[in-house]
Write a protein that binds this ligand. Structure first.
Ligand code: ADP
Ligand code: MG
Length: 260
């Protein structure tokens, strides 16, 4: 197997702009199969841009670089094609869809991503009730409208429910932990672990806080500053950052300290 085939996600020299402003200034990222990586960074550092560009958001201009899923280029694909190829994006601010019930939405998503058979019959119902039980989501949830009047915690649990049913090859979670209490964080972490650990899938968790990472235990942590990944290391890098802050990290890098 070539190096590319073993990685679920490979981002190479990615430069991205919007309305002639440069946002991502050369991102390299490689997530091997079965691994969970995290990106941490201040507000405005380019984390959501990275997530959106992986999913194929049309507002961004790809100036340079490559994004490969299992060695296959994503850049020419429409967002729905990426979704069918196995990319899942959990939004920082999930949209509400009044009129569309959760149960119907889930069946439609599973059918369009994994095929009609996966969304039919007892198999679907069983995996749905198993996932809902694991996430502490009551049955009554299925008849509510998508994200309509959901609390912050309910929105995030619903994102993870979608994740568990879709079983994507690559899950990108943009601040899914924001606004969650400790039980919510544990639940979200359990869902992420269940779709990645021991599989050939991978996940990229974008977060402000190291809290969720204590429950997910990522294989690698990357720090993004000003549209670049300035440091990558093991899970302890998240704790170092939490204890000392971004200014400290920038000073360390300026002094030539290398984080591994
Ligand atoms: P993060 O998620 O790390 O907080 P973003 O990726 O959302 O950062 O934003 C990175 C930078 O790109 C910010 O300076 C932001 O203002 C800018 N940016 C993002 N989206 C747009 C947009 N649609 N139009 C103009 N500027 C944008
Ligand atoms: Mg963001």
């Amino acid at each position: 197997m070539s190096k590319d085939e073993e990685a679920i996600l490979e981002v190479k020299g990615l430069k991205v702009g919007i309305e002639s402003t440069s946002i991502l200034k050369g991102i390299d990222l490689r997530i091997p199969q079965g691994e969970i990586h995290a990106i941490m960074g201040r507000n405005g550092s380019g984390k959501t841009t990275t997530a959106n560009v992986i999913m194929g958001h049309p507002a961004y201009e790809i100036e340079e670089g490559e994004i490969l899923l299992n060695g296959e280029s994503l850049l020419e694909m429409e967002p729905w094609e990426r979704s069918r190829a196995g990319v899942f994006l959990s939004f920082q601010y999930p949209q509400s869809i009044p009129g569309l019930q959760v149960g119907n939405f889930l069946r439609k998503s599973v059918s369009s991503v994994r095929g009609e058979d996966a969304a039919r019959g007892s198999g679907f119902r069983e995996s749905l009730s198993e996932a809902m039980e694991e996430l502490d989501i009551p049955k009554s949830f299925l008849s509510r409208y998508v994200n309509d009047g959901f609390s912050g915690g309910e929105k995030k649990r619903f994102e993870i429910l979608q994740l568990m049913l879709l079983q994507p090859k690559l899950a990108v979670l943009d601040e899914t932990d924001s606004g969650l209490d400790i039980d919510g964080i544990r639940t979200v972490a359990k869902g992420i672990n269940s779709v990645v650990r021991g599989t050939e899938n991978g996940a990229l968790i974008i977060t402000h806080y190291s809290r969720i990472l204590e429950h997910v235990n990522p294989d690698r942590v990357h720090i993004m500053i000003g549209g670049k990944i300035v440091a990558s290391g093991g899970p302890s890098l998240a704790n170092l950052l939490e204890d000392n802050g971004y200014d400290w990290l920038e000073d360390q890098i300026a002094e030539g300290v290398v984080f591994e």
